[in-house]
Ligand binder design. Structure first.
Ligand SMILES: [Zn+2]
Length: 277
């Protein structure tokens, strides 16, 4: 990845995809598609040049979305901060574009995984689902993860919660945050995972957060990742978001997809296809 930003318009809103960096995940088949039948997985990955038997590493781009409504600068997710070596470049990349992180007045946190809550935006309201906040403020069980992965994840989240705790604003349901900015219940990846619908002049941009980690999750929304805390709900969330994106011809934004993480969804009979911009 060389580009660090991608500018686009949504109606009257100025939108910006900003790179936070990349992270390399080991054993991606087991992480992303642990229960996928082998032959189907091989077929699904072929267009990406991957053979599941030889797929050792997955390099995921991390991309955040900034929406300037004209009166507010709304950021979706905060990147990894200092928690991961290859990421945490969001604020530097914003500054390089002449955007002072202190001018961002709202951050919508899709969920509290460490790659989404790593930075500090001192003047922003920080909005998260109450279920999400409660989940990580107890000791979550996370039975689908290996003991190593579980303790690594909990340690990373715990390291960030104190910095956020005095500043978090919790919402309990789908909420219109500002004109044209509406949160959507997208639970499953985590118990309080949320998506965001951004609308202007009749056009929708759907910030899907981590509802989809890889474009193959659109072709096969029933394949939940090992990091999806509630797999059944993750499946219904994916199907609901895909149907919505098709019905509204929405632009869709996915944090972990190849940069800039922006595209559309095409319905293909029983399944869906990711069409990047
Ligand atoms: Zn993530």
């Amino acid at each position: 990845m060389t580009a660090t930003y991608y500018e686009f318009k949504l109606g009257r809103f100025d939108c910006l995809a900003v790179a936070d960096g990349q992270h390399v995940y080991q054993d991606p088949g087991a992480l992303l598609f642990p229960h996928a039948p082998k032959d189907l997985l091989a077929r699904a990955l072929a267009p990406y040049g991957k053979d599941p038997d030889k797929w050792r590493e997955w390099t995921s781009d991390y991309t955040c979305l900034l929406v300037d409504t004209g009166s507010h600068r709304v950021l979706m997710d905060m990147g990894a901060g200092s928690t991961l070596p290859g990421a945490g470049h969001l604020k530097k990349n914003l500054r390089a574009l002449g955007i002072d992180p202190e001018t961002i007045d709202m951050v919508l946190i899709s969920h509290a995984h460490p790659d989404h809550i790593g930075s500090v935006f001192p003047n922003a309201r920080l909005v998260i689902q109450d279920r999400e906040w409660a989940f990580w403020n107890t000791t979550p069980a996370l039975p689908r993860l290996s003991p190593e992965m579980r303790s690594m994840l909990i340690r990373a989240v715990d390291g960030r919660l104190p910095a956020l705790s005095g500043r978090i604003e919790q919402i309990s349901k789908e909420t219109r945050i500002l004109p044209g900015i509406q949160t959507l219940d997208a639970r499953g990846h985590t118990p309080g995972h949320m998506a965001v619908s951004v609308t202007s002049s009749g056009r929708e941009l759907l910030y899907a957060g981590d509802a989809f980690l890889h474009p193959v999750h659109m072709a096969h929304p029933k394949w939940s990742a090992a990091v999806d805390v509630i797999p059944k709900q993750a499946v219904s969330t994916r199907q609901r978001l895909l149907a919505r994106a098709v019905a509204r011809d929405s632009l869709v934004f996915c944090f972990h997809f190849p940069f800039p993480g922006l595209g559309r969804v095409r319905e293909m009979g029983e399944t869906w296809q990711w069409v990047p911009v």
